[in-house]
Design a protein around this ligand. Structure first.
Ligand SMILES: [Zn+2]
Length: 298
């Protein structure tokens, strides 16, 4: 589930469907005030958006960003929809600009959105409902549209949204050459201090088998592995996928409730080792190699 850490998750359960591989976000104006949760939940409305940003900068999320919402007709298959509280004659508040900036910053990390203006259908970045090739509508007003550069500036300077503690996996992956990544149990990856984003499970609309509990960098720092307690490894960037083989897991009972994987360590030569806890494993911490040899070592 691609739920943003900068938002309050209020799933509506209707008016959505299909997989969304988004290239950016669209600015909308609400033409009203107050949370849109009730209206979008109403079967009669037949509309939705992924996010709503209130006057005070509060962000609500109604639809998973890897799922299509109903906010801009043919643009629904390409962009995430962001509603902003207020009326056409009102400018976005500074708090709304900051809130939108947090959404864009998190979208850049999770989905790879570039922090640039999009002015016609198909361009990645921050677009708007009535942009060229978009929808024939008055949404949004020129007054609201004028703050888009400020939203991008806020996104560039936005303090990173931290994964909530209950969803945070291994605290971090230190990157050789500088920077680091944080992961969450859905396979979200958060890049900091210059570490490059090389993708995540939510950015591929993928759901991990098990909970992501750790990760390790590739030797170059231009990629990383994520691992789940069920012993599934996901490789990104120049990190190579090397197993483990399911037969081997079954033989040792690794990745089960009693023998969960608890970590992954890169060995510096492009291979990696998984560590599992276990009943019947001696000693109780067990390391296994996943470089093709599948040797077990205590
Ligand atoms: Zn609109």
């Amino acid at each position: 589930v691609a739920v943003f850490d900068c938002a309050v998750w209020r799933p509506i359960g209707v008016h959505q469907g299909g997989t969304l591989g988004s290239i950016g976000a669209l600015l909308h104006q609400q033409d009203g005030s107050g949370s849109l949760f009730g209206w979008f939940s109403n079967p009669a409305s037949e509309v939705s958006a992924h996010f709503w940003i209130g006057y005070r900068g509060e962000v609500e999320q109604y639809v998973d960003t890897s799922v299509v919402a109903w906010h801009a007709m043919h643009l629904n298959d390409t962009y995430v929809g962001v509603e902003t509280e207020g009326y056409p004659g009102e400018p976005l508040t500074d708090a709304q600009v900051a809130g939108f900036g947090r959404v864009m910053a998190e979208g850049a990390r999770r989905h790879g959105w570039p922090l640039v203006l999009a002015d016609r259908d198909g361009q990645p970045g921050l677009g708007y409902h009535r942009m060229q090739g978009g929808v024939n509508t008055a949404c949004p007003s020129d007054l609201r549209l004028s703050r888009r550069p400020d939203i991008l500036a806020a996104a560039q300077g936005a303090p990173p949204a931290w994964p909530s503690p209950e969803r945070l996996g291994q605290m971090g992956i230190t990157r050789p050459g500088g920077g680091y990544w944080l992961t969450d149990e859905d396979g979200g990856v958060y890049a900091y201090d210059g570490a490059p984003f090389h993708g995540s499970l939510p950015s591929m609309s993928a759901i991990p088998i098990g909970r992501v509990i750790g990760g390790a960098p590739s030797p170059t720092g231009d990629g990383y592995w994520l691992v789940t307690d069920c012993a599934r490894v996901y490789a990104f960037g120049d990190a190579a996928y090397l197993g483990p083989h399911p037969d081997w897991l079954a033989r040792w009972g690794i990745g089960t409730d009693t023998n969960p994987v608890v970590g992954i360590v890169g060995r510096g030569d492009g291979t990696y080792v998984l560590a599992a806890l276990g009943d019947g494993l001696n000693p109780d911490r067990y390391a296994m190699e996943a470089d093709g040899r599948y040797a077990a070592e205590p």
